[in-house]
Write a protein that binds this ligand. Structure first.
Ligand SMILES: [Zn+2]
Ligand SMILES: [Zn+2]
Length: 349
């Protein structure tokens, strides 16, 4: 039996590269040769085996990784429209196709949702088995590395797109990869002024390179005074919350103008209290959570913009490593020295 290298989460808090059999496709599945795979905050949570990971319904052992791009090798029974050699990226939300939300065009919030690379083997391996519903054929003009980022880019892009940022003052909280992708998306979608907030100077520098008009470090600047000053004391039109920081969200919602929009993507580790009357009802704030990409209208938009170089996300990708150096990638990501780390499991240059 032919084997491949795979990063396997063997026991809680422990992962290692193992030689495992190259899998073959079952019904409705596609075998993909993984050219690029991106490390995500979710993978770090799993590797740490924190409280989120403990409650996430994981079954060990499994192959880590969910953000990826590669080439179709073969397809199983009942899969049509794909052939060997097609360049594909992977949607990580695996919908059931039959529940109330699936039948109403909202597969991304399927009631029976499972996640590729979390509830089933993922893509930190030379080959991955992917449910056909999650395969997205992408234009040749998008290279493998950018292709592997389309999943997280899509999350950020959709939150910004559905917040109607054209001509607006936009405040983006948190400059991790998702916040940075949101900065780039807001610029592409015609925001008037994009203000990026983070406590890390290096992250703010990437925010500048992806197009933020103003960089704010809340530990150094009185954000409230600044924002009220340049919005005639009305507040900002749109807040994109990508920090998961409860205090940042509580403070910033007071800087939202009446009738403004808050898009929530970050995940605070505990419940967050709001003054609902003052901060939401009387203001008519529109507060929406975003869980991933619409399947597949978000993908269509991101594909067109990426393949024509109109989404400036390159600076977010700080490290490209062979899969064998995954420990180094994880170390740099944990320290905040790396932003998005990409592995090349199939070993392409
Ligand atoms: Zn992810
Ligand atoms: Zn469903």
């Amino acid at each position: 039996m032919e084997t491949m290298n795979a990063l396997v989460n063997t026991t809680p808090g422990h992962a290692e590269i193992q030689r495992v059999p190259i899998p073959s496709c079952g019904k409705g599945e596609v075998l993909v040769r993984v050219q690029s795979a991106a490390l995500c905050g979710t993978d770090l949570h799993i590797l740490e085996w924190d409280s989120w990971a403990q409650g996430a319904g994981l079954r060990l052992p499994f192959i880590l990784g969910h953000e990826c791009c590669g080439d179709v090798v073969s397809t199983g029974e009942d899969v049509s429209g794909l052939r060997a050699g097609d360049k594909v990226a992977v949607e990580t939300h695996v919908p059931c196709g039959r529940c109330d939300r699936c039948l109403n065009g909202e597969q991304h919030i399927c009631h029976n949702l499972t996640l590729f690379g979390i509830h089933m083997n993922g893509c930190f391996a030379e080959y991955a088995i992917v449910p056909a519903i999650c395969i997205r054929k992408i234009p040749e003009a998008i290279d493998y590395d950018f292709g592997s980022l389309m999943e997280p880019i899509g999350t950020a892009f959709r939150a910004v797109f559905e917040s109607h940022v054209g001509g607006c003052n936009v405040l983006i909280l948190g400059c991790g990869p998702i916040g940075l992708f949101a900065v780039a998306s807001a610029k592409t979608l015609g925001a008037h002024q994009v203000t990026a907030c983070d406590v890390s100077a290096s992250r703010l520098d990437i925010a500048r390179r992806v197009g933020a008009d103003r960089l704010l470090n809340p530990q150094e600047t009185d954000i409230r005074a600044l924002i009220l000053n340049d919005t005639h004391s009305y507040g900002v039109d749109v807040i994109i919350e990508a920090s998961g920081n409860a205090a940042a969200l509580q403070e910033s919602i007071r800087l939202l103008r009446k009738g403004g929009t808050v898009a929530l993507i970050g995940l605070p580790g505990q419940p967050v209290a709001f003054d609902i009357g003052k901060d939401i009802v009387f203001k008519e704030a529109k507060v929406t959570g975003f869980h991933g990409r619409r399947m597949f209208s978000t993908w269509s938009r991101v594909e067109r913009l990426l393949s024509t170089n109109r989404l400036n996300v390159g600076p977010v990708m700080t490290h490209v490593l062979p899969l064998e150096q995954w420990r180094e990638g994880v170390r740099l990501a944990r320290l905040g020295e790396a932003c998005k780390v990409i592995f090349h499991p199939a070993g392409h240059a």
